[in-house]
Structure formats: structure tokens, C-alpha cells
Design a protein. Structure first.
Length: 82
């Protein structure tokens, strides 16, 4: 009984794997998956360095602005020299 079950199961799996209709559908869906995964990878490769660059430059601009504000505050705190 168990042997017949294994034989029928292996036969049905072999038929499913060699069925041309299933192969074309799985091949097409595999290609769609690979294209979408490739596009996602390309987007990540562009987005991550760009985001890092923009973050670093924004922080440096913010730091320069804060330093300028501090200098102006110090200048305003000093008495005027004639």
C-alpha cells in the first residue's frame, strides 16, 4: 500500500514537472520575478548612495548654518568698538 502511494506520488510529481503548460507559465512567472527583483536591486543601488550623499550634505549645511549663527550671536554680545 505504502509502495503504491509512493509510486503514484512520484509519478504525479514527475508528470507535473514535465507538463509543458506548467513549464511555460512557471518560466514566464520566473522571468517576471527576476525582472522585478532586478529593478528593485537597481533602485536600491541608486537610492542608497544618493540618500547617503543628500543626508551628509544636508548635515554639513546645517552645521555651517549653526556655526554662523553662533558667530553672529557672539558678535552681537560684544560691545561695539569705534
Amino acid at each position: 500500500m505504502e509502495e503504491n502511494l509512493r509510486a503514484s506520488l512520484s509519478a504525479s510529481v514527475a508528470d507535473a514537472l514535465t507538463d509543458p503548460a506548467i513549464d511555460s507559465v512557471s518560466g514566464a512567472s520566473l522571468m517576471v520575478f527576476l525582472v522585478i527583483a532586478g529593478l528593485g536591486l537597481a533602485m536600491a543601488l541608486v537610492y542608497v548612495p544618493l540618500r547617503l550623499f543628500l543626508t551628509i550634505t544636508a548635515r554639513s549645511r546645517r552645521l555651517r548654518l549653526l556655526q554662523r549663527i553662533r558667530r553672529l550671536r557672539e558678535e552681537l554680545g560684544q560691545p561695539i568698538q569705534s
